[in-house]
Design a binder for this molecule. Structure first.
Ligand SMILES: NC(=O)c1ccc[n+]([C@@H]2O[C@H](COP(=O)([O-])OP(=O)(O)OC[C@H]3O[C@@H](n4cnc5c(N)ncnc54)[C@H](OP(=O)(O)O)[C@@H]3O)[C@@H](O)[C@H]2O)c1
Length: 325
């Protein structure tokens, strides 16, 4: 079994959870960390047991022993850091939102294809067992046609001009941070919408602090989606079928509630180990074992379609990221 040398690019909050989950995988070698600050990279490396620490992103990418990079910087840097990694011949798992707009996603995909280097969006929920189970039920059509999706992702985050969540220079706003999850779910379950309606309440920085979206499909299906930082939520997704309902929560390891012919059952499929990021990392290594440059489960076209929808929503709510549009 080949062991892959992983590098972490950007030692922030999500990078910590990812590194912790990487430890669960026997073919993942916690190899290097890179931060804008050497001290931060060293502290991160010590905490999680990485072999090397670099005080600059490109410095790490020049390391010939490094195989694959996990990019965990703010959205506005994803394209730049993915391109830099690909240009140094490193496979890339890049956090969501994959980039800031369609143009950047196309540049990333083109670079991956041209250099024959693996590139995948780190859409971890695509790989967790509970979401796989829901997709399986939808595919079997055992509950009939899927008619309506209701999905929201909200938490309270007080206004702060410096915060990644509000600062437009860092891709601030609920859409790319958390609204992307309900949009992802609708795209996964119902495909590309035929019509998109969206309304938002903008914050003082011009970022969306509360967002409502309605996706309509020619077959009559609808998706009602919400995201925001103005209040908390149970963060549930409800799939309404002709003959039943499925409810999932964003809490990892929460049961899936299934109503079929008026009977309600709860199903637990996640094993409760880790934060849930091990599944996507494991899939990346499977793809690398097979010599693939994109994932068959989360292909480039999916990430492109997702960004095209996000761009459409953004144009409707009037959010503009400086220096990126
Ligand atoms: N998959 C998930 O469940 C999940 C959850 C949360 C976030 N995310 C995604 O992961 C990315 C990072 O989110 P996070 O919450 O981890 O953010 P964070 O804590 O702010 O970390 C981002 C890191 O990026 C680096 N960075 C480089 N340039 C920066 C700049 N100009 N300003 C601020 N940071 C800069 C910093 O690392 P150094 O100082 O070490 O260079 C920073 O620690 C986002 O795109 C977000 O959407 C995904």
């Amino acid at each position: 079994m080949k062991k892959y040398n992983w590098g972490i690019l950007g030692c922030g909050k999500i990078a910590k959870k990812f590194a912790s989950d990487l430890k669960l995988l026997s073919n993942a070698n916690l190899y290097a960390t890179a931060s804008r600050s050497l001290q931060k990279a060293q502290d991160f490396a010590t905490t999680f047991g990485f072999e090397k620490a670099y005080g600059g992103y490109e410095e790490m990418l020049k390391d010939t022993e490094l195989d694959v990079v996990y990019i965990a910087t703010p959205h506005t840097f994803h394209a730049e850091h993915s391109l830099l990694s690909i240009n140094h011949g490193k496979a890339v798992l890049c956090e969501k939102a994959f980039a800031i707009n369609e143009k950047e996603v196309i540049q990333m995909i083109t670079a991956s294809n041209d250099h024959k280097i693996f590139l995948m969006e780190a859409f971890w929920t695509r790989f967790i067992p509970s979401f796989q189970k829901v997709l399986e039920i939808i595919k079997t059509n055992e509950l009939g046609d899927l008619k309506i999706i209701q999905s929201d992702f909200m938490f309270f985050a007080p206004f702060n001009t410096e915060s990644r969540l509000y600062n437009l220079d860092l891709g601030g706003g609920s859409l790319l941070d958390i609204g992307i999850y309900p949009v992802f779910t609708a795209l996964m379950a119902l495909g590309v919408p035929d019509e998109i309606a969206a309304k938002a309440k903008l914050s003082k920085t011009g970022s969306d602090e509360y967002l409502e979206m309605v996706f309509s499909y020619t077959n009559g299906a609808k998706a009602y989606l919400k995201s925001g930082f103005t209040c908390d939520s149970f963060n549930e997704t409800i799939f309404h079928f002709e003959n039943g309902v499925i409810k999932i929560s964003r809490e990892l390891n929460a049961p899936i509630t299934i109503k079929k012919n008026k009977e309600v059952n709860e199903l637990i499929v996640d094993d409760g180990v880790g934060f849930g990021y091990q599944f996507e990392a494991n899939h990346v290594m499977d793809c690398l074992d097979k010599g693939l440059t994109e994932s068959p489960i989360l292909p480039h076209t999916f990430s492109l379609q997702l960004m095209q929808i996000l761009d459409k929503v953004r144009s409707k709510i009037g959010v503009v990221y400086p220096n990126h549009d």
